[in-house]
Design a protein around this ligand. Structure first.
Ligand code: SAM
Length: 272
C-alpha cells in the first residue's frame, strides 16, 4: 500500500516540531525498519508505542506485522495517525493522552513489547516505572527505547565507571540491558544537540528474597553520596553497614565499586 512520504504528511497536517513536547522526528524508513527489527519478529505481536508523532516508527512497526497501540499526547498528530490506521486495517489503535498517566497493563490486556522514541525526561520516568515494582516478570516482554547516548550508557554501565549508578542497577538486577544501536543526531528533524542510542531490555529471573523497594532505597543512599565510603553513605539505612560486613564487603569501598550482584546480596542480607 502506498503512503505519502512522512515529510508530506507533516506539511499537510502542519506538524511543525514542538520543542515543549520534545519532538524530534525520524524520517529515514530504512533506519526506522532497523529500529522496528530490534525486538525480534513482531508479526501478530502486541506492541505499545509511546509518542508516535507523525507515525514514522509506527509505520515501520505496522510493516513488521505488529498490532500497535500508540499513545500520543499531541492532538495535532491524530489525523495523520488516523490515516495510518486506515492504511493498516485492524492493526493500529491510537490513544490520545499522557503516557505517564495511563496504566499500560490495563490498556494492553495481554503481554506486549514496548517501542518508543521519546523525549528524554518522559523516557527516563517511564523507564523507571516499567522496571520498578515487586511484580516480576512484568507484563511487557521487552523495551526498545531511544535515549540520549549519555543516558543509554548509564543504563548499560558496568561497575567502576562514572556512568555506573542507580539506573544501571535498576536496569540490570533482574533484566538484561543492551545498547542496540547508536543514532546520529542528524537522523532527526530537527536534530537534537546530542547523540542518541537505542537500549533494548528484556526481563530475566528476579533473584529470590530481594524486594525492589529495598534495593531501590539502598542504591539511592549509596549513589546519592557516591564519592563517600559505603559506611558513611549507607548510615541512614538501619543495619546496612553490619550487613556489608556480614557478606564480606569492605565498608570503606564506594558505591561504584559494587557489582549488581553485590547490591543484590546486600539487599538480601538486610532483609534476612
Ligand atoms: N515517534 C516519532 C518519531 O520517531 O519520529 C516521534 C518522536 S518525538 C521524539 C516524541 C513524541 O512523543 C512526540 O510526538 C510527542 O508529542 C510525544 N510525547 C511527548 N510526551 C509524551 C507523553 N507524556 N505521552 C505521550 N506522548 C508524548
Amino acid at each position: 500500500m502506498s503512503l505519502p512520504p512522512l515529510r508530506e504528511v507533516i506539511a499537510a497536517h502542519g506538524l511543525s516540531a514542538s520543542k515543549a513536547l520534545g519532538q524530534n522526528f525520524l524520517f529515514d524508513e530504512q533506519l526506522l525498519d532497523r529500529i522496528a527489527a530490534i525486538p525480534g519478529d513482531l508479526q501478530g505481536k502486541a506492541v505499545l508505542e509511546i509518542g508516535p508523532g507523525p507515525g514514522g516508527l509506527t509505520r515501520a512497526l505496522l510493516r513488521a506485522g505488529a498490532r500497535v497501540t500508540a499513545i500520543e499526547m499531541d492532538r495535532r498528530c491524530l489525523p495523520a495517525l488516523g490515516e495510518l490506521a486506515e492504511a493498516f486495517p485492524g492493526q493500529l489503535r491510537v490513544v490520545e493522552g499522557d503516557a505517564l498517566k495511563i496504566d499500560h497493563g490495563d490498556l494492553m490486556g495481554e503481554p506486549f513489547a514496548v517501542v518508543a522514541n521519546l523525549p528524554y525526561n518522559v523516557g527516563t520516568a517511564l523507564f523507571t516505572r516499567w522496571l520498578d515494582g515487586e511484580k516480576w516478570p512484568p507484563q511487557w516482554t521487552s523495551l526498545t527505547l531511544m535515549f540520549q547516548l549519555e543516558v543509554a550508557q548509564r543504563i548499560v554501565a558496568r561497575p567502576d565507571s562514572s556512568a555506573y549508578g542507580r539506573l544501571a542497577v535498576l536496569a540490570q538486577w533482574r533484566s538484561s540491558a543492551k545498547l542496540a544501536m547508536k543514532v546520529h543526531r542528524s537522523a532527526f528533524t530537527p536534530p537534537p544537540k546530542v547523540m542518541s542510542a537505542i537500549v533494548h531490555v528484556t526481563p530475566g529471573t528476579a533473584p529470590e528474597n530481594v524486594s525492589a523497594t529495598r534495593l531501590g532505597k539502598l542504591t539511592e543512599a549509596a549513589f546519592g553520596q557516591r564519592r563517600k565510603m559505603l559506611r558513611q553513605s549507607l548510615k541512614s539505612i538501619h543495619g546496612a553497614v553490619e550487613a556489608l560486613e556480614q557478606i564480606g564487603i569492605d565498608p570503606t569501598r564506594r558505591a561504584e565499586t559494587l557489582s549488581v550482584e553485590d547490591f543484590i546480596a546486600l539487599a538480601r542480607a538486610l532483609q534476612a
